[in-house]
Design a binder for this molecule. Structure first.
Ligand code: SF4
Length: 618
């Protein structure tokens, strides 16, 4: 069949009902495209129009939406991404996950911008999509199998897949799903797929090729983007050491989670830094495609080539469990990847159990620093064996059942990522208000507070402004779909930022944050949107789209019952300092929340005001 060219988008989404085995087509209007861009934004909008409030995440009514962005399928740097939206069993609010696997690119070759899955199959199935054809294939022989086993059985050069492991089948609340060696990590998409008896999604290679509407402009933008990335120190650090590059500055600033966020550093912490891992495990690039930053790596672990654990995994399944041997952490990572579990939530949950066991709240043989016990616990969780059945519900549910809420390190049910907010107050606000829970990818001020040194980590000043800015910005990037990590190079290497002395930038950001943020040049992103689709989009429209998308997600969460009381941090972060912190810091959250709500247009309970929603066309 001859190849057909598409300029960025087709505005067609396929909707599949697993209960009735019916298929239909949804059209996306150009207005919706302009307002919500694609990826996460359009996924949320389609979800908002369909999801009944208050439904059981494991019920037939839950919906999974997988969306690509206008850049998916192009050769723009770091654009091989797609997004999933669903109601999360872990948080009972909207779950969303971004992934760098190739499923989205392949879906687009079939002429679909996205995929909506509703209903529930009575028995295990694989969904196979090719052009307009959908096949409901029996998957009984795949049920119970680990992710790599299934991938080896059904994968080929002519298809891309999304696969869940036994943890997803068993509805472990934080089960994930794999697209190649990249994962839809957080919030339990794997468990929702499992509840629908959906073991795999398969897309065969189609006939469409995504080409830019303005090819010359696109090539120029690509070259500019690559120039920025190739001279940006943060991007180069990630290229050399992966996300484990973060470990050094986190350790230096005493904010590494150690033993369930009890300490901020450890004498063996150097073992999990990117530099050490590169030297010891002889790492090589192993990335999403296409990518110019190249943060993904593989290396030699336990005598075989394996994916280098992300910083989050090194922290949550490593230092936070009292483990600093990277071969063991790689082993834990493997178990999670094979069974299909989010390593952050798995680590946060096990850390809670270890502390609860020490305090006598539960009677489980699980201790900090014992790798053999961790291996047993991870397998028990994935397979729901013994206490694993409880661990599969995450730290919020566990602490609700056994006590110990003050040291359940989660927000809205989602376990916290690997940056202790007592060492960066802006990150504390970011975790507290993030739409999907204690997530570092909703806003990531810790980089400005620590690594880049633009903001003082120990003050609340300027933090609400930065959290709001990053939330809007990242929502827009996740809707294009382009990797968030491009944000460093593509904004900090632009002309004005580059010629301004760092001390001046730091002064402006800290003292006049709104003014400083208004000067940030992110025009390359809407320019990419225009070059690919032919649609004009100003920088202002791009950022307002990001804000609209973020607020829509917040609105959906408030419909599910989220209020101000949920925008908080675990007591440990608010009232207890790290045991090794001489300054005895805790996060002064309350004044930051008040300011943030004012900036956001929320009422006193954290609900977006009607007048503000109207302004955003919501
Ligand atoms: S920078 Fe890393 S996460 Fe982003 S697209 Fe590249 S490999 Fe993937």
């Amino acid at each position: 069949m001859s190849e057909k060219k598409i300029t960025g988008i087709l505005n067609r989404v396929i909707e599949i009902d697993l209960s009735s085995k019916t298929v239909s087509t949804i059209s996306i209007s150009m207005d919706q495209r302009r307002l919500f861009l694609g990826g996460k934004g359009l996924g949320l909008k389609l979800m908002y129009d369909r999801l009944k409030p208050g439904i059981d995440p494991f019920g037939e009514e839950n919906i999974i939406i997988i969306m690509t962005g206008v850049l998916t399928g192009t050769s723009a740097p770091c654009s091989g991404r797609f997004h999933a939206v669903f109601k999360s069993p872990l948080t009972h609010i909207i779950g969303s996950s971004s992934c760098g696997g190739s499923f989205g690119r392949m879906l687009k070759t079939n002429g679909w911008d996205g995929l909506i899955i509703r209903g529930k199959s009575p028995s295990p199935i694989s969904l196979q999509i090719h052009h307009d054809q959908v096949e409901f294939l029996d998957a009984k022989d795949l049920w119970g199998k680990d992710i790599s086993v299934v991938q080896a059985k059904i994968g080929s050069k002519e298809n891309e897949t999304i696969v869940i492991g036994p943890a997803g089948e068993n509805r472990v609340y934080f089960a994930n799903a794999a697209s190649g060696y990249r994962y839809l990590w957080r919030g339990g998409l794997g468990a929702v797929m499992g509840s629908k008896n959906l073991k795999t999604l398969i897309v065969l290679k189609g006939q469409y090729k995504t080409v830019p509407f303005y090819p010359e402009k696109f090539e120029k933008l690509k070259n500019r983007a690559n120039t920025y990335i190739n001279r940006n120190p943060m991007s180069l650090l990630m290229r050399d050491y992966g996300t484990a590059a973060n470990a050094e500055y986190i350790i230096k600033n005493r904010m590494l989670p150690v033993e369930n966020f009890s300490f901020g550093n450890h004498q063996k912490a150097i073992e999990i830094t990117g530099r050490q891992i590169k030297a010891r495990h002889h790492t090589k690039h192993h990335t999403c495609k296409p990518c110019s930053i190249l943060c993904g790596h593989k290396g030699m672990f336990n005598d075989s080539v394996n994916t280098v654990p992300e910083y989050e995994t090194l922290a949550l399944l490593g230092s936070n469990l009292g483990i600093f041997d990277t071969n063991f952490i790689s082993l834990f990572n493997d178990i999670c990847n094979e069974k299909g579990m989010d390593t952050i939530s798995a680590g946060g949950t096990l850390a809670w159990v270890m502390e609860a066991s020490k305090k006598g709240l539960v009677d489980i043989d699980l201790e900090f620093g014992h790798p053999d016990k961790i291996i047993r616990a991870l397998n028990a969780t994935a397979n729901l064996e013994g206490f694993g059945k409880d661990m599969a519900t995450g730290s919020r549910a566990l602490s609700g059942k056994y006590g110990g809420k003050e040291f359940a390190i989660q927000v809205k049910g989602l376990e916290m990522a690997g940056y202790d907010p007592r060492g960066a107050y802006g990150q504390g606000l970011g975790y507290a208000v993030a739409n999907r829970g204690a997530c570092h990818l909703s806003s990531f001020p810790v980089v400005f507070e620590n690594l880049l040194g633009f903001l003082d980590p120990d003050t609340i000043k300027a933090k609400p402004e930065f959290v709001k800015f990053f939330e809007n910005f990242y929502a827009a990037l996740n809707s294009l779909d382009i990797c968030q990590f491009t944000g460093y190079g593509l904004t900090l290497e632009t002309f004005l930022t580059r010629i301004t002395p760092k001390a001046v930038l730091a002064f402006l950001m800290q003292q006049l944050p709104s003014f400083a943020l208004s000067l940030v040049d992110f025009s390359i992103y809407p320019d990419f949107f225009n070059a690919v689709t032919g649609m004009k989009l100003s920088s202002r429209e791009f950022m307002i789209a990001g804000e609209r998308i973020h607020i829509l997600e917040r609105l959906m969460n408030t419909i599910e019952g989220i209020r101000k009381a949920d925008d908080t941090l675990p007591d440990r972060m608010l009232f207890e300092s790290m045991k090794d912190d001489p300054r005895k810091r805790c996060v002064p959250l309350s004044p930051m929340i008040d300011k943030y709500y004012r900036l956001r247009g929320y009422d006193d309970e954290g609900i977006p005001k009607t007048s503000f929603l109207k302004k955003l066309n919501l």
